[in-house]
Design a protein around this ligand. Structure first.
Ligand SMILES: [Zn+2]
Length: 151
């Protein structure tokens, strides 16, 4: 027996707490500072900061400021529209910032994004990139407009 299907759209507004670590991270972004925390057991610097090290399950401790430049670990470029994300094309990548031991998901830009082959060439793993900060920052991850390749 075929069952009835309905196509529906759910729009559910909600608020959630960012928590202590993300709040301090976002406050840092307003001042163009990228903050991480150090795991007291393994010594890794985790960016973005979090309450526990996912490797050791140990509480994190000391706050550390890392550089706003680092290397691309992986990336992709998108040519489809997704709700809540920018109009395509846009590129995202995982960037390991200087002073950090973990990668952070970021937008990548500053290059022509229309040809995915060129985008992948511009941001191949190991490429050095630097943050392009927004003039008006409001304590959101989008305070960093994107990371652009360094020469
Ligand atoms: Zn650890």
């Amino acid at each position: 027996m075929d069952v009835t299907e309905f196509e529906v759209w759910w729009k559910i507004p909600f608020r959630h707490s960012a928590g202590i670590h993300a709040t301090r991270f976002f406050e840092g972004l307003k001042e163009k500072k990228i903050l991480g925390v150090k795991c007291e057991k393994c010594g890794r610097v985790l960016v973005p900061p979090r309450a526990f090290c996912e490797r050791c399950h140990a509480e994190t401790g000391e706050w550390v400021e890392v550089k706003d430049e680092g290397i691309v670990e992986t990336m992709t470029v998108t040519y489809m529209k997704f709700t809540g994300l920018p109009d395509p094309p846009y590129a995202v990548g995982v960037v390991k910032l200087d002073g950090a031991d973990t990668g952070m998901l970021c937008f990548l830009g500053g290059v022509d994004l229309t040809d995915w082959r060129r985008v992948h060439e511009a941001f191949k793993p190991g490429t050095r990139v630097k943050a392009v900060w927004r003039e008006e920052r409001e304590g959101k991850i989008t305070d960093i407009e994107y990371f652009k390749p360094l020469d």
